[in-house]
Design a protein around this ligand. Structure first.
Ligand code: HCA
Length: 392
């Protein structure tokens, strides 16, 4: 199976996002999680990562409920992956709440070892081997993924030492850029090395966005042969996050046509809007699948887009559920938009000559625009002063 698989981690790394604190949300309620899960399933996502229940009782209960709810929503086989430290207690608890697969992790980079695991490389490798061997023996068919946290600050020789021992037991080897330091070329290199050494394992990428390179790293990883990509709604995750589910699908669909068959892409924008309504804020303007990318403010752009959208829109966002365009009336608008706006939106009787004169005055008074006077209010005021009247 060569499918590209999105592993959604909204309910795990997503809940680690500082945005949940900034918006005073702290954690999603069960009801909100159900809505988000339904949206993701509707989109065609099949792999979901959850916190290990050891993180707290409330999370554990939610994971149990969400797994039951997902099964009510669809007969499709889904993967419920417990994100576990490499120990048998985390594993046992994740399976108890209904997970049917495990995403195990352990760091052996010099920093992770010294400050987190407090184990030598040899000890960490022995621990991983012991846990993996035992879990595989108990669950011969279960999906198992193992990740070396902080992989890009781990010397390749150390990464090999660890992965050599877990390779016989896992389905997938993870490649997390935990602190967001990798560049696409680094990703391609490490992926090639892992593919060569571990040809039977699938690979998974988990790229943090500290340098703004996470999505570029996803594209490099997939080109180099990675098939599992971690993402979350809006890219919510620790610090500045990871790639967004919809941004990844949007980008991958350009190169891999099967994405269009496997995912219900028109659900992308509704999913982003759902998160906005839950967080009580707007879809981030940096999100590829957003109304922002179909919004135009400059006079030159607005004039062109009024005739032909393609002049300033290269992507068919309609297929991703963005069914509107926005031309924002404002200080940068020219007479074309002003004519269109007064005629079509405000229903004034107006000639092009009048629109040009009104635009001139509008432009000379844009300093008045602000919180107290919206651009539409200023324009209406000027239009009425110029003696315009509405269609009877
Ligand atoms: C972390 C863990 C992780 C895990 C990634 C993975 C990371 O928050 O440190 O399980 O593959 O970025 O390393 O999110």
């Amino acid at each position: 199976d060569q499918r590209i698989v999105i592993v959604d981690t909204t309910f795990r790394d997503g809940q680690q996002s500082p945005l949940l604190f900034d918006t005073e949300k702290y954690r999603f309620s069960l009801e909100e999680k159900k809505q988000l899960l339904a949206g993701l399933i509707e989109l065609g996502v099949t792999h979901f990562e959850f916190f290990s229940p050891v993180v707290g009782e409330a999370e554990a209960e939610d994971v149990r409920e969400l797994i039951a709810y997902a099964k009510e929503l669809t007969p499709k086989p889904l993967h419920f992956l417990g994100h576990c430290r490499t120990n048998l207690l985390d594993v046992e608890k994740a399976l108890e709440v209904g997970c049917n697969g495990l995403n195990l992790y352990l760091g052996v980079s010099p920093l992770a070892q010294r400050h987190n695991a407090q184990k030598s490389l040899d000890e960490a490798v022995a621990l991983a081997e012991g846990v993996l061997r035992e879990v595989r023996a108990a669950y011969p068919q279960m999906y198992l993924r193992f990740s070396a946290e902080d992989a890009f600050r781990t010397p390749l020789a150390d990464l090999f030492q660890l992965y050599d021992v877990v390779y016989p037991y896992v389905n997938t080897l993870g490649l997390p850029d935990t602190v967001g330091i990798a560049e696409p070329e680094d990703v391609a290199q490490v992926v090639s090395a892992l593919r060569e050494r571990y040809p039977r394992a699938a690979l998974e990428g988990h790229f943090h966005n500290d340098r703004g390179l996470a999505l570029a790293n996803v594209l490099a990883a997939v080109r180099a042969g990675v098939r599992y990509i971690d993402a979350s709604i809006w890219g919510l995750a620790e610090r500045s996050g990871i790639p967004s589910v919809t941004g990844v699908l949007f980008n991958l669909s350009k190169r891999y046509p099967e994405i269009k068959e496997e995912y219900n892409l028109s659900q992308c924008y509704p999913l982003n809007v759902l998160m906005a309504s839950i967080l009580g804020t707007l879809v981030p303007y940096t999100e590829p699948v957003s109304l922002t990318n179909r919004t135009h403010t400059a006079g030159v752009h607005q004039k062109a887009v009024l005739n032909e959208k393609k002049v300033y829109e290269a992507h068919n966002l309609h297929d991703f559920g963005v069914d509107k365009n926005q031309l924002l009336l404002g200080p940068l608008s020219g007479w074309n938009l002003i004519y269109y706006y007064l005629k079509e939106v405000e229903a004034f009787e107006i000639t092009k000559e009048q629109a040009k004169r009104i635009a001139q005055e509008f432009k000379s008074r844009t300093g008045e625009i602000g919180r107290r006077k919206k651009p539409e209010e200023l324009l209406r005021e000027i239009a009425l002063a110029h003696g315009l009247s509405r269609h009877p």
